[in-house]
Design a protein around this ligand. Structure first.
Ligand code: GAL
Length: 411
């Protein structure tokens, strides 16, 4: 054996720390493919690899609406991944009820999740029949209006302090050749905007009467009609956006091509990656500057049952890593989301994240529509609102009528 071979063999043996077990590969599926999202995923992968296992990235391009049917069919079709993202709430409910998903209660007990995960509704959303089936990874909220400071300067109008001032600035933005509102073409974006207007303009009581109580008279009543009028304003301001992905719409605000976007605070990750400074280059209005309530949307990881013992152990390691305080800081700072623990210090959080943390600290957090409504009902809303945004001949009254029918039949 020549010198080169001996050196290679030595290097190989030295490279593996003494007693390190063979690294277990775990395929993790998610739909985080924008720049900011990928930077956040890299933090999770790095932390998981440090446990001696191996993160095998299973990114699925497109939106959650594209990815979730693929994830579900792999799990139900006998080709499960090691772990998968779903939103907090009821998206994995049927998979859990079919007995296809791992019970993480032991990991949760060891990690004292019940004491550290805040708000408790996050873990409640993972709990079915007293067992815990997911590891929450972040808190995202939809109720943000992101403004391009440059766009309003160019249009010669004051930066809006709330949604109503934003709508009033629409004509000046248009006159300056700037797209007033950027809304991507995927159905979930129109729906998220509508749900946000319901809570940020309608307020906490109206939002809960509609999505939690599903009170028929309220849903068909004058207060909700006002929200649909605001949705019609949004539709007019968004006409001409002509992009599909949410981060393309965010990029229009980042580059000043659009005045604003109503989008979840994952948009933060894109502004950061573009080197933009909150308060200087862009302005964020939580609760659209009107009702500072946030819904605890966000993401959690679920773990399909696997036959492979080593992979099951690696699943436990990943679940524990996701909730680890250091990982929570590293991941959420890149993702633009808030941590799922109250005991971490986000010293380097920017102005917008600090606004979100302050709202969280006040307890002004409500369950999201994903937590209150089934995936099927959410899908019907997506079909309705993507149609409403695409079809100007559909009146707000007709949309409200269809909305009432969907919620009446909601499960
Ligand atoms: C949401 C998810 C966020 C972000 C967004 C856009 O469902 O909670 O983390 O990824 O989709 O992709």
């Amino acid at each position: 054996m020549n010198f080169r071979c001996i050196a290679a063999v030595l290097a190989a043996t030295v490279a593996l720390p003494f007693g390190m077990a063979h690294a277990t590969d775990l395929e993790v599926t998610h739909w985080w493919t924008s720049g900011g999202e990928a930077a956040a995923v890299a933090e999770l992968a790095k932390a998981f690899d440090a446990t001696g296992n191996k993160w095998v990235d299973g990114a699925i391009a497109g939106s959650g609406g594209t990815a979730r049917p693929i994830m579900i069919s792999r799990i139900t079709g006998g080709d499960p991944m090691g772990a998968t993202q779903f939103n907090h709430g009821r998206q994995a409910q049927e998979l859990v009820e079919a007995g296809l998903m791992r019970d993480l209660t032991d990991v949760a007990t060891k990690g004292h999740w019940k004491d550290v995960i805040k708000p408790a509704s996050l873990l409640d959303s993972c709990t079915i029949d007293g067992k815990i089936y997911c590891a929450p990874v972040n808190i995202h909220s939809w109720q943000w209006l992101w403004l391009s400071n440059d766009a309003f300067k160019k249009a010669g109008v004051e930066l809006p302090k709330n949604w109503n001032e934003f709508v009033a600035a629409g004509p000046a933005l248009k006159k300056a050749g700037i797209q007033p509102l950027a809304v991507g073409g995927q159905p979930w974006q129109a729906t998220g905007l509508v749900d946000t207007l319901m809570i940020s303009l309608g307020g906490k009581d109206l939002y809960m009467k509609v999505f939690k109580d599903r009170d028929a008279a309220t849903i068909s009543g004058p207060e909700v009609a006002k929200i649909f009028k605001a949705v019609d304003d949004a539709r007019k301001l968004a006409a001409g956006t002509n992009v599909q992905d949410w981060n393309q719409a965010t990029n229009m605000v980042i580059t000043g091509k659009a005045g604003g976007q109503v989008m979840g605070d994952w948009a933060q990750g894109e502004f950061q990656l573009a080197g933009k400074v909150a308060g200087k280059d862009y302005t964020c209005l939580p609760g659209l500057g009107l009702n500072e309530y946030l819904t605890a949307n966000g993401d959690a990881f679920y773990f399909p049952k696997l036959k492979d013992e080593a992979k099951s152990k690696a699943q436990d390691a990943l679940a524990a890593t996701i909730v680890d305080p250091k990982v929570q800081v590293a991941f959420n700072l890149k993702k633009g989301s808030l941590p799922i623990r109250g005991d971490v210090d986000l010293a380097s959080a920017n102005d917008c994240m600090k606004k979100g943390l302050a709202i969280l600290a006040k307890g002004n957090v409500l369950q999201s529509p994903d937590q209150l409504l089934s995936a099927d009902t959410q899908k019907q809303k997506e079909d309705l609102f993507s149609q409403f945004f695409a079809n100007p001949s559909m009146t707000p009254e007709a949309a409200q009528k269809r909305f009432a029918e969907i919620l009446k039949a909601a499960d």
